[in-house]
Design a protein around this ligand. Structure first.
Ligand SMILES: Cc1cc2nc3c(=O)[nH]c(=O)nc-3n(C[C@H](O)[C@H](O)[C@H](O)COP(=O)(O)OP(=O)(O)OC[C@H]3O[C@@H](n4cnc5c(N)ncnc54)[C@H](O)[C@@H]3O)c2cc1C
Length: 594
């Protein structure tokens, strides 16, 4: 068959965002590890994370990891597994300090400690007031994490295969034996034969029209798992961040509201006080996104359009900070120092200076709470009995531990990457010490090569970009901030038609080198499957919880639905749902209070 080269490693990590790099750093201490990434590592989406990484350091005011855990469970609408949440919040403290010691340039308080700011849903559990828990490096926290981890990986001689796109997983029974990738520059296929594989491939916000996610976030890892008999968990829960730049979806960090910014409707009203009287603009993202949607629906969008204003102008905002022991009202210098990228984005893309005028914002598809089911060591779970797929790991946004449950709190994704990336890396390093390198099946790459040749040589008339737009429209109309049985079923019907049409797509570029047309057509196949899994999981769940808000079932129903969804794809291509219990702990489910 075609030119296929085989490489052998103890472990292969797919993805070079925060989760993949953290795992690589730990695993490579005692194992021979390769990191494969379709992007140059420092272009991974982790680099776009703005606001902060959550850890209860208590640097400026009292805080405890248990408070962080409670906020996380409450924010998750009680769907998070509480044993995993404890691990997240306890280990967050140590891992943030570890990154500081690696050289991560955090902002600092005047006393020299890591600076922390407020973020939605993070509270002092006694007073219910917002607490400063988000450790940050201006509004470039993810950028700094990514650069720091990448430099550490280079220092420790991790083997990088940049611009290699993984397109299949080699699974034999209950064991993995490696992956198959395309070298983007040449179009050649490569087999990476290994004892262990980890997926850290990020999210799939590109299923929707307006998203904060990069073009590359097409859910490849999750879709490959689904095709190889691994179920996907809690896919109905996708987070819409309330403040995307109108039409473009580019994110305006919650840090803006953490620094005092407020949401305002066409009547000049700070409407969040009606929806969340205590915590107002800093309520959880699902609550704020729904509030914006309802304001727009009631005709209070700005100029009758589907957006509201986010205002951080010093004139409107009554927010103070401390400098040299003095309390000062925020001003241009403060905004430019704390939110430089945001100020830059809005000036560049909107011609709006946030120091002088409010910013037009609307909810934007942001974060996948669901994904590949794992335990707290990143090991992939195959079913509700928690059977393990030997040698297979996942961490980061593509995984579902589950610490975010039905709704993720801001800053908890970066925490998730570094805490569970580190644990998966450590576990994998131990696993490969004793696991044998089993032989590869014969002609293991044949099927996937044939699949690519079919896409390349198809003579159909359907253009991939048109299909993508139709999918994004169907998901935006049917499976968005609010949904009903009717809207989801309409989306499902459309998605099934699109699945058919996908069989007739035509790729214009037939060449081998840097054939982004071909790879994007393959990625579209991944997105279409994940969109369908999302809709299938969403139509079944007849309740409203966190990011899944059903207009036809507006209440949370713990009796029937305090459980995780697992969506399997059977050999005949049909989707099948099973459920597994939520691991409860110290916190009994309580009704939501806003
Ligand atoms: C604009 C924005 C701002 C955010 N701000 C915050 C914040 O302030 N705080 C917070 O906690 N969270 C934030 N988030 C969420 C958080 O940044 C992401 O959830 C997180 O960075 C995902 O990291 P990851 O390591 O899982 O994957 P990513 O960083 O997305 O990296 C994915 C990696 O997988 C690789 N990859 C994917 N598919 C393949 C394939 N087929 N073959 C080979 N390689 C592949 C890519 O090349 C890339 O290296 C933000 C997200 C966005 C979009």
């Amino acid at each position: 068959m075609a030119n296929v080269k085989t490489h052998t490693f103890d472990a292969v990590i797919v993805g070079a965002g925060g989760a993949g790099l953290m795992a690589a750093l730990y695993a490579s201490r005692s194992a021979n590890v390769a990191v494969l990434s379709k992007l140059y590592p420092t272009r991974s989406h982790t680099g776009a994370a703005q606001g902060g990484v959550g850890a209860a350091l208590g640097n400026m005011e009292e805080d405890h990891w248990e408070w962080h855990a409670y906020d996380t469970v409450k924010g998750s609408d009680y769907l998070a597994d509480q044993d995993a949440v404890d691990v997240l919040c306890k280990e967050a403290i140590d891992v943030v300090i570890e990154m500081e010691h690696m050289g991560l340039p955090f902002d600092r308080f005047p006393n020299g400690r890591i600076s922390q700011r407020r973020f939605g849903g993070h509270t002092n559990n006694e007073t219910q007031k917002p607490v400063m828990r988000a450790c940050h490096a201006a509004d470039r926290t993810g950028h700094m994490i990514l650069q720091t981890l990448y430099q550490q990986c280079i220092k420790h001689n991790v083997n990088f295969y940049d611009e290699y796109q993984v397109v299949d997983l080699i699974r034999v029974g209950d064991q993995v034996r490696g992956v198959i990738a395309i070298e983007i520059a040449t179009g050649d296929f490569h087999i990476f034969h290994s004892k262990a594989v980890m997926f850290a491939t990020g999210g799939w916000g590109r299923c929707w029209e307006v998203t904060s996610n990069a073009h590359s976030l097409t859910g490849d890892g999750a879709a490959i798992c689904l095709r190889r008999g691994i179920p996907l968990q809690d896919m109905e829960f996708f987070q819409f961040h309330p403040t995307g730049i109108f039409k473009l979806g580019i994110l305006i960090t919650e840090g803006v509201r953490g620094e005092g910014g407020v949401l305002i409707n066409s009547e000049g009203e700070r409407f969040m006080k009606r929806y969340a009287p205590t915590i107002k603009d800093l309520a959880s993202r699902d609550v704020v996104s729904r509030a914006i949607y309802l304001e727009v629906k009631a005709g209070r969008g700005i100029g009758g359009k589907n957006y509201v204003h986010l205002d951080i102008t010093p004139e409107t905002v009554n927010h103070y900070f401390e400098e040299d022991g003095e309390k000062r009202r925020i001003d241009r210098d403060y905004i430019e120092a704390k939110l430089p990228d945001i100020a830059d984005f809005t000036r560049t893309y909107l011609g709006v200076d946030p120091v002088k005028e409010p910013m037009p914002v609307q909810p934007t598809a942001h974060y996948a709470m669901g994904g590949i089911p794992t335990d707290v060591d990143g090991r992939i779970l195959l079913n509700a009995n928690k059977d393990i797929l030997n040698g297979m790991y996942a961490a980061g946004e593509c995984a579902c531990v589950s610490v975010h449950g039905a709704n993720r709190l801001g800053t908890n994704s970066l925490t998730d990457l570094v805490v569970f990336g580190r644990r998966a890396g450590k576990h994998m390093a131990e696993y490969v010490q004793t696991a044998p390198l089993e032989p590869l099946p014969d002609n293991v790459a044949d099927d996937i090569i044939a699949r690519f040749e079919r896409i390349r040589n198809n003579t159909g008339s359907v253009k991939p970009y048109e299909l993508r737009q139709q999918m994004q429209r169907a998901m935006t109309e049917g499976v968005s901030v609010f949904r009903t049985e009717e809207t989801i079923n309409e989306a499902l019907e459309k998605l099934q038609q699109l699945r058919e049409a996908y069989g007739s797509i035509q790729v214009e570029d037939k060449s081998k080198q840097f054939n982004s047309d071909l790879l994007e057509a393959w990625e579209l196949g991944c997105l279409l499957e994940l969109a369908e899994v999302t809709a299938v999981s969403a139509v079944a769940r007849q309740e409203s919880r966190g990011g899944h808000a059903r207009d036809d079932f507006p209440e949370r129903d713990d009796e029937k639905w305090l459980k995780h969804t697992l969506c399997h794809k059977d050999a005949d291509g049909t989707y099948r749902l099973t459920y597994k219990p939520v691991t409860l702990g110290r916190y009994e489910p309580k009704p939501r209070v806003y």
